[in-house]
Design a binder for this molecule. Structure first.
Ligand SMILES: NC(=O)c1ccc[n+]([C@@H]2O[C@H](COP(=O)([O-])OP(=O)(O)OC[C@H]3O[C@@H](n4cnc5c(N)ncnc54)[C@H](OP(=O)(O)O)[C@@H]3O)[C@@H](O)[C@H]2O)c1
Length: 324
């Protein structure tokens, strides 16, 4: 007669057999497949970025500067755009001083122009194509922010923000697009913002310019897919950069304040790495933000009335703090 203890031992043995013959190989097999998948993904990304001609606007500061470092380290041929030739020269020197023994690194090509002047943007695109022959990846990063009430803000300020954040980047994109279509190859990146998806009080011109950016590049993605051109929209939350310091106010003057939210945001280097991975993996869009901004985006779409109430109370609170 088989005792209960013996039956238990047999069952335990069967369980151990099942674990060692099925579960363990399955676990290691899945881990192996995952590791192989990540390795292939990494190799594909490396091949995509190495030697690619990458144009970065707003390379003199914050996220643009960190993107320049990240793409340079990945072996891309950089075209660094900005308004300040001295700052661009310094960045070129800084990048050239970094030795990378594993990859070919190239001396970046600086191009000076003001995005808010669309004529100079078209000339800059011509200069870039003449110097490099083609553009593989365009990163529309440069931008300015805004702080002020709608009632006090002159239309010239709205126009300035739109020109820098919207018309400048789309002018550059349109100027480079025909050559990408001709080659049936290219990748256009727009650095938008969470504020391209939700609107926060006292940021009207900025939120409007980023909503326009999101809309334009979503249309572009659909239109250029047939030419094998990729479009990636990156929407960050707060990043530790000079964006709030450089923001324009209702009368056009510089805001000059480092906002607490900006100071406590993600580092520009972290976000630049997200941009690099998003481009390398040809992602269509990325939201790079903490839980609260992400929830706000969902709330705006799923429960707009609650979102509007929250924004109205935020506006009241901010007004009280400013004493207006
Ligand atoms: N920081 C954030 O919290 C945050 C959050 C979401 C999205 N973003 C977006 O990230 C992008 C980069 O901003 P950032 O945070 O790195 O700010 P930043 O440190 O102020 O850098 C902005 C860059 O844009 C350039 N720029 C501004 N106006 C220009 C113009 N008219 N023509 C050419 N270049 C111009 C600046 O060049 P100069 O040196 O010549 O001024 C600078 O290189 C922007 O599109 C911004 O909207 C930022």
């Amino acid at each position: 007669m088989v005792t209960a203890a013996a039956r238990k031992t047999v069952q335990k043995g069967k369980l151990m057999d099942f674990t060692s013959t099925v579960i363990v190989p399955l676990l290691f097999g899945s881990l192996g497949i995952f590791a192989l998948f990540r390795l292939l993904q990494w190799m594909r990304m490396r091949a995509y970025l190495q030697e690619a001609v990458v144009v970065i606007t707003g390379a003199t500061s914050g996220l643009g500067k960190e993107c320049a470092k990240a793409f340079h380290a990945a072996g891309s041929k950089l075209v660094l755009c900005g308004r300040d030739s001295e700052k661009l020269k310094e960045l070129v020197q800084e990048l050239c001083a970094v030795k990378n023994h594993r990859k070919n690194t190239h001396e970046p090509h600086p191009v000076v122009f003001d995005l808010s002047d669309t004529k100079t943007v078209v000339n800059a695109a011509e200069e870039i194509l003449k110097a490099l022959g083609h553009v593989d990846i365009l990163i529309n990063n440069a931008g300015i922010s805004f702080r002020g009430t709608i009632v006090d803000t002159g239309l010239d300020v709205d126009k300035k923000v739109m020109e820098t954040n919207y018309f400048g980047p789309i002018a550059l994109t349109k100027a480079l697009l025909p050559s990408m279509i001709k080659r049936r190859q290219g990748h256009i990146v727009a650095i938008s913002s969470v504020q391209g998806k939700i609107s926060i009080p006292f940021r009207s011109a900025y939120a409007a310019s980023k909503h326009a950016t999101q809309a334009f590049f979503d249309c572009l993605r659909a239109e250029v897919e047939q030419y094998d051109i990729e479009v990636t929209v990156v929407s960050p939350g707060y990043i530790q950069t000079n964006l709030s310091l450089n923001a324009v106010t209702a009368d056009g003057s510089r805001y000059g304040v480092m906002d607490k939210t900006t100071a406590e945001g993600q580092t520009a280097a972290e976000v630049a790495q997200v941009v690099l991975n998003a481009v390398g993996q040809k992602k269509k869009e990325v939201l790079v933000a903490g839980l609260t901004p992400c929830l706000a985006v969902y709330l705006r779409n799923l429960c707009p009335r609650l979102f509007f109430t929250l924004m109205a109370s935020r506006a009241k609170k901010e007004r009280k703090v400013k004493g207006s």
